[in-house]
Design a protein. Structure first.
Length: 286
């Protein structure tokens, strides 16, 4: 690997730039580079990367392209790279997108002579960063694993030779994880209103024994508050995944709405006490 291109320079892109510095020549492109005051533009001077004036300029000559954009831009990022991608260049899709979106991106990259690999990131990217657990999918996954592991991607697992199964695993898991966050948020806010949250949590221990349901509730609700926008976007992709399977995404769509709603109370996530956190939200909704 002599040149690595980063498409998307948000939180994940900047972590990649930091951890890959010195291991290859780094180029980057982000739609927001057009705005000098945007967070990606302001972050550029802190990283040893060459910013491309366009995606094509950043991609040209790359051995590996890492796509870390929003799910809505997944296919567009593939299209932007396909015009100049080198023959045999790897395209690692890190985005939280549905199997159908990943398959569409794979067709674009492979038709252009590149080698598409999907990655389902199975844990928050920080704190493990490059070592985060990722499931790889597609016929080129094994070849990428051999090249990426020495760069620090030590959490990679070849999951399937078919594109879509890795992302399906992540999306179906998200229905459960983000769903529990949404359920706890809704349940605990109503229970706090009626003054019965402690009793409700105690009763949950009878059904689903956990060491500390109050701490679990505070943590999971805080995740929705702090990262609601990103989690809602992922849940919309989860809903798309469920729909692609022929199942009505009733619950997934509702979870996305609750996560979006929770993002409006982000300041409450700093409260260390569950009751204080719930009261902060209740005051804001009064």
């Amino acid at each position: 690997m002599t040149r690595i291109c980063l498409i998307g320079f948000g939180e994940v892109g900047q972590i990649l730039a930091t951890d890959l510095a010195g291991k290859a020549e780094l180029t980057a492109y982000d739609l927001l580079f057009a705005d000098p005051s945007s967070p990606p533009s302001r972050a550029l001077p802190n990283h040893a990367v060459r910013a491309g004036a366009s995606a094509a300029e950043a991609v040209a000559g790359a051995d590996l392209i890492l796509s870390a954009v929003t799910a809505a831009q997944d296919v567009e990022a593939a299209r932007a790279a396909a015009g100049v991608i080198g023959k045999g260049c790897f395209f690692l899709d890190l985005n939280s997108a549905s199997p159908g979106m990943k398959q569409a991106s794979a067709q674009i990259i492979d038709a252009a002579g590149g080698r598409y690999v999907e990655a389902a990131v199975m844990a928050p990217f920080p704190p493990k960063r490059l070592a985060s657990p990722m499931l790889l999918g597609g016929p080129h996954a094994g070849a990428l694993l051999e090249l990426a592991a020495p760069l620090g991607f030590t959490g990679l697992t070849v999951f399937s030779d078919q594109v879509g199964q890795a992302s399906a695993t992540k999306m179906c898991r998200s229905v459960m994880i983000k769903g529990i966050e949404a359920l706890l948020t809704e349940s605990m806010l109503a229970a706090r209103h009626y003054g019965v949250e402690a009793t409700v949590l105690a009763s949950l221990s009878d059904l689903l024994p956990l060491p500390d349901w109050e701490a679990t509730a505070r943590y999971m609700i805080s995740r929705a508050l702090e990262h609601g926008v990103r989690r809602a976007e992922e849940m919309r992709e989860a809903a798309r995944t469920v729909e692609e399977a022929g199942v009505a995404p009733t619950m997934s769509a509702a979870i996305a709405q609750r996560q979006d709603w929770a993002a409006g109370f982000k300041a409450a996530h700093t409260q260390t006490d569950l009751g204080a956190m719930l009261d902060h939200i209740i005051r804001k909704t009064a």
